[in-house]
Structure formats: C-alpha cells, structure tokens
Design a protein around this ligand. Structure first.
Ligand code: MSP
Length: 732
C-alpha cells in the first residue's frame, strides 16, 4: 500500500502558538486529508521543540523547570489544535511529537553515533572535537557570521541578531563539529539529481547559491555547563547536543528510528521519507544541515522540503509582539468559522510567497466567496429541491419528447457541457493542489461555483416551476446543481472539512443507502458525473456561512474590553455571532452607507395635539388618517420567486416577487443582514405595489415589502400569511 508522511516544523516550547504556527499546520493538514482521500495511508506529524538555551532561559524567567515550561506551552498548542480541529480527534495530525520524550533521546543518540562513525565524502571523520569561538543567537538557536549580525554600538558590547535585534552570546568553548564543509558537492549533486527536492524552485535556487558559496563546519554541541537542557552527546555527557541536530531528528524518531516501540507503533520503514513543510525562515536548516546529517548517518533523504512564505500584517510589516500587529488566535476562533480561516489562509497566500493577513480581508473573503458564493449556491439549490422536487434529488434526464421544449427555455439540453466543464475544473484543481498551488486550486473551484450559479439563474427555475411541461427541464437544472455540489464537497474537503461534510449531510448523502461514504474518503480523481442518486432525500437546509457584519465585528475586534461577557470570556459576543443580524427591512434602509441608527428607525410620526392622543390603548399612534388615505396604498400579496445578494451592497437583497401581474416585480429590500436569500424563496409576503419605482445601486426597485420593526435595532420581521392566499390578492 502507498504511504505518505508529512510534517510541520516542531515549534519552540518557549512561546505560545500564533497564526504562523497555525498556518503551517493548516497547510499540512489539508495535504494530509487530500492524500487520505486517495486511499493513501498517511502520517501527519507536528509537535514541539523543547530543548536549548532559549527554553532554559524562558523557564528560568517564569520560575519553572524547563520541562514544566515545555508542558505549559504544549498544553496551549494542544488546546489550539483541538480548537482549530487539527488534532487526531478531528481527523488532523497523527502524532504530537515532543523532543523531551525518552524514545527521542534514544533515536537522536543513534543518529549521532552513526554520523560519528562515518567518514565524509572526502574521507575524513564526519564529527570531530574542536574549539568554538564565536557568536550565538539563542532565539535563532544558530551561530552567526559577520554578515548575520549588527556590530556593537559601543566598545566591548555584544553584536545583535539581525532577525531578533537581541544581543548575541559570546561562546568560546570545546565543541563537537560536524564537517559540513565536506558535503557541499554531495549536496549540490542531491539538488541537481532530485528536481523538486527543495520547493518552490526559487527557494531551491537560493539554497543552491548558498551551498555554492562554500560551507563552514558546524558546531553541534555545547558544554553541559553552558546548556544542560538537551540530549547528552553519546559517550561524552559533558556535552549537550546542538538543538537543531536534536530537533531535525524528530522527523525520524517519531516514527521509529532508533526505537523499536515507535517502529511498531508507526514504522520508520513504512513511512520514511517525509515531505517537510517549513517556513522560509528555517529553510537552510532543513535543506542544507538535515540532508548532510542524513548523508553522514547513511539514512535516506526526505521526499521534499517545501518552504512557504511568511504572513505579514496588512501593511506588509513583519508580525511581532513589539509592533503589536500579531494575529491573536483567540480572536480568530471567536469571530470566524474555522473553515473560513482555513479557506482564507490557503486562498489568500500565494504559496511560497509572503502574504498579508488582515481581519478586514478575512471578513471580505468570507462574505463574498463563502456566504454569497459557495454557501448561497448550496442553500439555494437545496431550497429549490425541497420546494420544487419534494425534497428529493430529482432526475437529471430530459426525455426525447421534452427536449425541444427544454431547448426553448434556453437550458442547454446537453448535460455534457456542464459535466465536461466540471471534470476539467476537477483535473485542474487536482494538479494545482498536488503542486501546493492552493490559491490557484481554489480559484478553479470558484469558477465552478460561478458557472453553476449562473446556470441556475439563467434557467429561471421559478418560471419553469409554473409549467407542468417543463418539469423535466427544471429537474435537470436542479440535478446538475446538486451533482456539482457533491463534486465540490469532495474537492474542497481538505480545505474545509466541516463545511463540506455539512453540505454533504444537507444533500442527504450522509446516511443514504448506497452512499459513497463521506468526502473524507472519496478520491476526487474517481468522481463520476451522474453518481448522485435520483430520489435521495435531502437533509434539513441550513445556512452554512452566515454573513459577517464587518463594522460590528471590526469594532468588537478593536475593542476587546467590550467583548468580554460577565465572566470576561466573551460569551456575549459568541452568542451574537450565531445570529449575525444587521439592519431592517424597508426601502428606506436600502440607502447605501447610511448610519445604522438612522437607517433602522422609522421617521417619527407627526405629532399634533388632537384628541387622538388621548385614545386609550393607542400608545405611540399620534395622528390618524381616514380610510381614503389608506386606500391610496395598494397592498398586495406577493410570492418571492428569487432572492439574491447584490455584490458590494451588504444590506440589500434583490427579490423577484409575483404579485399576480404578467411579469414579476423586482424589489430591493434592506434585509440582507437578517435573512438568507434562500429563506425567502416561495414565501408569501405583503407588498406595497403602488410605490413610485426608484433606483438603488443601479437596480430599479418596483415596490416595497412590509416588515415589523423589532427592538432597538429595528430588526425586520417580514409580514407573512399563515393561510393559503393567491398571489396579487389585495390587502384592505
Ligand atoms: N523549532 C524550530 C523548528 C524546528 S523543526 C525541526 C522553529 N520553531 S518556531 O516556533 O520558530 O516555528 C517556526 C515556524 O513557524 C516557521 O518555519 C513557520 O512554519 C511558522 N511560522 C512562524 N511565523 C510565521 C509567519 N509569520 N508566517 C508563516 N509561518 C510562520 O523554528
């Protein structure tokens, strides 16, 4: 059986998890899920790097032992991975590695011993004892050469690290060295013979240039008296292993190198070599040092080292605690669905390059691509199936005798036009995904969303529904949309595991007999158009990605003190998030960009001191009209035939409403923040039919619907009928 092994870096156990860590895990998680879909036995490893001077110091500052410090940080990482559904329980990583585990000590010692016995390609000892004199950056866990630090500003001072801007440690002590300088040719030959060993190509060029520039031997131990928290050098316990030798080796010790118990539990033989995902910040350690260590020890090279770019803030600055521009994972999980975060990370960052992360951009993408895009396509299709096809997946076949009729409506009677388009998109999606071009893969998937959305609108299902002779045409359109959704679930599962399973359930596929499992176990390459079974009873239709109210959410994010509930944990906010309501439902509210307060309050009634004010029980009513005034308003019963959002207008829905006239009316209603379009389909409502038409956002609104205005915010509740009423009936 084919196997696949994917890793993230193991994260330093001296600081709490942040967006950067989350990102690499999302990437590795998505790739692992994609492989599992193909039936490939996959092992996904992540974990923590727990040794070294930096952790020792962090522990000291916190008044803990290094192990206690590591336990503390690990508990946060585990909480984060569970919250973001990246852990084993949610189908994510298979193992959380910790370098403080005894089996790791055994494995690293074994690798060291093998390297220590080895000769370099030039016939010298690969590891030798010498004396190190130079500068060391504890946060980087790396020795720095002259071009990697800033010279001290005053005589006798320490130089500072160019990355961390912190003083370097002067080290002058006995040390073991790894004879890296003898491995340059062998490394260059490796890069040359294995295209794709370092990815993307631009990073491969960087690494190659670095190695061509000549390599210096690497100090791979510290005296125990300087650094005690680490793996002792075999047979020389006065030395502690260099933390990168120890850390990189986690990739093989986790699965059984040098330890029989782990070998039985996972299997080095079975899973190695791995694909390592890393940030570009640690590429050199992975693409130069690690392959050289493995060469010396005679262990097979990794499958590939794939480096991604870094997340910057919206202004393109590096994220740092000092600048206060880091992304707080608590804020992310409190305000955004996890799948929206996953989607954004993979869609927004062109893999390999740096990307900018901003909450506003995340809200915009969630609203446009997920709420209005995929989410809307799903709810719209399923709502129509429940309404026009009795809640069952209809047949996609148009019989010979109905073909001509169908053609007249403009519907393409050749199903292979759409299925061909989607098959091609699937192939492209797979190619991009396999090449880690996640952004392009998702762009491709969204061409499918747009195409099928348009196909559905162009077919005007509400009109087809009125004509018994067009029943098959309507069924075919709905079938195609539903089948497309099934395909999208499979393609998008690795990116959005929760949302795609939800659509799957709503399509009625979770428990239907003969169902092909779930998207988690379906290979996209094996999807066949038409396998969605006719007659499948669909599930309950629920909105997938509620629109996020940008102004409100940004205000909450920027004013964290208001977020906290009574217990300071922000419960009030998370409750509100499940009911993302915005403005109210009248034509007046449709004024773009008007402040909400003004929008939502009806204009005050004219007050005059008449006896009417004294009428008991008529609180709030301050003047009366007579019946002739009322009859001037032509109120009609209408049925909502279509409802959709308007691009760039957060508050407006565009409705077509049948009020018994020859043509349905087009009506704009400012209710988009309170109602999902699909909730309105088929609803009987009350319409002001003789309101002068007016244009809003380039659309003519030919009437107004009635809604109660509730609460301080003037939340709209649409007036409706509980009994059957014909379209166009007058209200009087
Ligand atoms: N412990 C070492 C890795 C040892 S692997 C054998 C280490 N740890 S770290 O905690 O600093 O994590 C670095 C990794 O976190 C990066 O390589 C990257 O995967 C991720 N990121 C940290 N900040 C990031 C961004 N701003 N953007 C994207 N990913 C980033 O280095």
């Amino acid at each position: 059986m084919k196997t696949f092994y994917v890793t993230t870096p193991i994260y330093y156990a001296n600081s709490l998890p942040h967006l950067g860590h989350l990102y690499t895990m999302i990437v590795a998680d998505a790739v692992a899920r994609h492989k599992r879909q193909q039936g490939i036995e996959t092992f996904f490893l992540t974990g923590t790097d727990e040794h070294g001077i930096n952790i020792e110091r962090a522990a000291e500052r916190a008044g803990r032992t290094p192990k206690e410090q590591a336990d503390y940080v690990v508990s946060y990482f585990k909480k984060m991975t569970a919250e973001f559904r990246l852990d084993t329980d949610h189908g994510g990583y298979d193992m959380f590695m910790r370098t403080s585990e005894p089996f790791h000590y055994e494995g690293v010692s074994e690798l060291w011993r093998r390297a220590a016995r080895a000769k370099t390609p030039k016939g010298k000892d690969a590891i030798y004892k010498g004396h190190y004199e130079g500068w060391f950056c504890a946060p980087c866990a790396a020795y720095k050469t002259e071009d990697e630090y800033a010279k001290p500003t005053e005589a006798g001072g320490s130089p500072t690290c160019l990355i961390h801007e912190t003083p370097l440690d002067r080290i002058s002590e006995e040390s073991y060295f790894f004879r890296l300088s003898d491995y340059a040719e062998a490394l260059l030959a490796l890069y040359e013979s294995r295209p794709g060993f370092v990815q993307p190509e631009s990073r491969n060029n960087e690494v190659t240039a670095f190695v061509r520039g000549g390599l210096q031997d690497l100090s791979v131990s510290r005296l125990k008296t300087s650094v005690s928290w680490g793996v002792p050098v075999p047979d020389d316990p006065d030395h502690t292993m260099y933390v990168w030798f120890d850390a990189l080796t986690n990739y093989i010790t986790a699965i059984g190198f040098g330890n029989e118990e782990r070998e039985r539990a996972v299997g080095f033989e079975k899973f190695w070599p791995a694909l390592h995902f890393v940030g570009k910040d640690i590429l050199r350690f992975h693409a130069v040092y690690w392959p050289a260590f493995l060469m010396a020890a005679g262990v097979e090279q990794p499958r590939a080292i794939v480096a991604h770019g870094m997340w910057l803030d919206p202004n393109g600055r590096k994220m740092s605690k000092t600048l206060g521009n880091t992304v707080d994972l608590d804020v992310l999980s409190r305000h955004f669905p996890i799948d929206a975060i996953r989607y954004f990370c993979l869609r927004e960052m062109v893999f390999g390059q740096d990307g900018r992360f901003g909450y506003e951009a995340l809200i915009d993408r969630t609203n446009s691509d997920l709420a209005s895009g995929l989410g809307n396509l799903s709810s719209r299709t399923l709502t129509m199936i429940s309404r026009y096809a009795d809640g069952r997946i209809p047949s996609g076949v148009i019989s010979e005798d109905k073909l001509l009729l169908a053609k007249r409506t403009g519907v393409d009677t050749d199903e292979t036009t759409i299925s061909g388009f989607i098959e091609h998109a699937r192939d492209q999606f797979r190619q991009h995904f396999e090449a880690f071009a996640f952004s392009k893969a998702l762009e491709t998937a969204w061409t499918v969303v747009a195409r099928v959305d348009k196909m559905t609108s162009d077919a005007r299902p509400w009109e087809l529904a009125k004509d018994e002779n067009q029943k098959q045409t309507l069924s075919a359109v709905l079938y195609r949309a539903a089948e497309t959704l099934r395909w999208l679930c499979v393609l998008l599962y690795p990116v959005m595991p929760t949302a795609t399973l939800e659509i799957w359930t709503q399509l009625g596929l979770a428990n239907s007999p003969g169902s092909t499992g779930t998207p988690a176990g379906i290979d996209p390459a094996k999807l066949k158009w038409g396998e969605l079974a006719e007659g499948t009873v669909i599930g309950e239709v629920k909105p997938l990605f509620p629109r996020i109210d940008k102004a409100k959410t940004m205000a909450e994010i920027n004013e964290p003190e208001q977020e906290a509930g009574a217990d300071g944990r922000g419960d009030r906010v998370s409750v509100e998030r499940e009911h993302p309501l915005g403005v109210q439902a009248t034509e007046a509210n449709a004024v773009p960009n008007a402040p909400i307060r003004k929008e939502t309050r009806p204009s005050p009634p004219m007050t005059s001191a008449t006896e009417a004010d004294a009428v008991p029980g008529a609180e709030g009513v301050t003047s009366f009209i007579d019946i002739t005034d009322f009859t001037k308003v032509d109120l009609r019963v209408g049925e909502v035939l279509t409802a959709e959002r308007i691009p760039k207008a957060d508050k407006l829905l565009l409705l077509t409403v049948d009020i018994g006239e020859e043509k349905p009316r087009q009506i704009l209603a400012g209710i988009a923040q309170y109602y999902e379009p699909e909730q309105l389909l088929g609803r009987k409502i009350a319409v002001v039919a003789n309101l002068k038409p007016r244009k809003l956002r380039g659309y003519e609104s030919q009437g107004m619907l009635l809604a109660a205005s509730v609460g301080d915010e003037g939340k709209p509740v649409i007036a409706t009928f509980t009994e059957d009423v014909p379209n166009g009936a007058r209200l009087k």
